[in-house]
Write a protein that binds this ligand. Structure first.
Ligand code: ZN
Length: 432
């Protein structure tokens, strides 16, 4: 009932033009919502409660943490709060992990993350990730799709990577607004990661030197955990942008910089855009924007050296795309329910893609798991490395593939596998 109530409200919610002045309309609405009697004093607030979630305004960093902590306290078996580090001004960079049996890791359960608000003035992502956390926690055990998602996936939601920037950003500032974009040291975090075409990439310890605390926290989080899938959420356009963001010659725009997994990335971007209410329609926030199907190669749009997206791909197994969620970077709070509803299904459908592809364990001839073995798909010039428990995951669009593992103990047979896009194909590989 609560979900229906929220969804109905959402159609008109929070728009200031909403006021249903007509008595009949109000009565009708009360009946429709199944709420007897007069509208209660909290009616005003209820207008921006969607899916049972309060979307009535932006909260401070402290309030946001309080909200996440509250989810954890109410759902100790499926929600766990954590921090990846601190901002320049010492604010904790907090995430919420959501998963069935959240306190222990299950073998072969893929990890997925969303990182919002790394540009502190691009705030829609911060809000929708808070709402997603509540939506998933509330839906567990009640909604089949969400229950399945949490039982098969470890979901990490980090609503803000730049809380200091967010603190000075101003509600209602749409474009030409850079206040809060950078961190407190006035560094653009999405230019502060190692530049894959300009710096030698083999020594991660050296690459850590001189980075901003927020960048370092993200780098360590990315490289120390076996994330499979990821998205980096921004604003200022409405598009799903996929690697590479950077190209060897840094041509400002128009150069398609393909990664070895180009086909998969394009597929992943399409999944998000098609499941978003507007993105697939080629939304043009500026005259220059032109994104057929709502997707673009990052560098083709414009060159981004030192971005987080490419870092994920170069230094981990995580496939990360960049999602631009709204034309206006810091829209009025009254638009938050609309942004949530625009993105809700896409956010969930994207996480579900961790189940598209193949996964398994690489073993030696004695059946012991092999850590650090390389698994490759024939035709894709990019391996994934197995975890300490020998696990691997490879996200792939539906189709037929051949894969092989290599490690200290030799090579596996080449195995043929069929990917259906719904359930992961499980292929254990033995080195011999
Ligand atoms: Zn941005």
């Amino acid at each position: 009932m609560q979900i229906v109530w929220g969804t109905v409200l959402a159609v008109t919610a929070c728009s200031s033009a909403l006021a249903l002045q007509d008595e009949d309309q109000q009565a009708q609405r009360r009946q429709f919502l199944g709420r007897p009697g007069e509208l209660d004093p909290q009616e005003e607030e209820a207008r921006c409660v969607v899916d049972g979630i309060n979307m009535c305004g932006y909260e401070t960093h402290k309030q946001m943490i309080g909200r996440l902590r509250n989810i954890e306290q109410r759902n100790p078996n499926i929600a766990k709060i954590g921090s990846i580090g601190t901002s320049v001004k010492g604010k904790p960079l907090v995430y919420l992990k959501l998963s069935g049996n959240v306190n222990r890791r299950s073998l072969m359960e893929p990890m997925v993350k969303y990182v919002g608000n790394m540009h502190g003035n691009e705030v829609v992502s911060r809000q929708v990730l808070i709402y997603l956390a509540e939506y998933l926690a509330n839906g567990y055990g009640r909604d089949g799709r969400i229950t399945r998602l949490l039982n098969t996936t470890e979901i990490f939601l980090l609503p803000t990577l730049n809380p200091d920037g967010f603190e000075i950003s101003r509600e209602g500032s749409c474009d030409n607004n850079r206040l809060g974009r950078e961190n407190a040291n006035r560094v653009d975090l999405n230019r502060n990661f190692p530049r894959q075409f300009d710096e030698p990439q083999n020594d991660l310890r050296r690459l850590r030197n001189g980075r901003e605390p927020e960048t370092l926290a993200a780098m360590d989080w990315i490289t120390r955990n076996p994330f499979v899938l990821s998205a980096n959420l921004h604003a200022g356009a409405v598009v799903a942008s996929y690697p590479f963001d950077d190209s060897p010659r840094h041509r400002t725009t128009g150069f398609y910089s393909a990664s070895p997994d180009d086909r998969t990335f394009k597929y992943l971007a399409q999944v998000y855009a098609r499941n978003h209410r507007e993105m697939h329609k080629n939304v043009r926030c500026t005259r220059a924007d032109d994104f057929p199907g709502g997707i673009t190669n990052g560098a083709k749009w414009y060159d981004v050296p030192g971005g987080m997206q490419d870092f994920n791909y170069i230094h981990s197994n995580a496939m990360e795309i960049t999602l631009e969620l709204s034309c206006c970077k810091h829209p009025p709070a009254s638009s938050l329910p609309r942004h949530w509803l625009d993105n809700k299904n896409a956010l969930i459908a994207y996480i579900e893609q961790t189940q598209s592809g193949v996964k398994g364990v690489v073993m030696d001839i004695n059946g012991s798991p092999v850590s650090g073995a390389k698994v490759s798909v024939v035709g894709i010039n990019r391996d994934v490395k197995t975890t300490g428990a020998g696990e691997y995951w490879k996200v792939l669009p539906p189709g037929q593939y051949r894969l092989v593992a290599r490690g200290d103990g030799g090579s596996s047979r080449e195995v043929e596998v069929s990917v259906d896009g719904k359930d992961p194909a499980i292929v254990n590989l033995t080195l011999q």
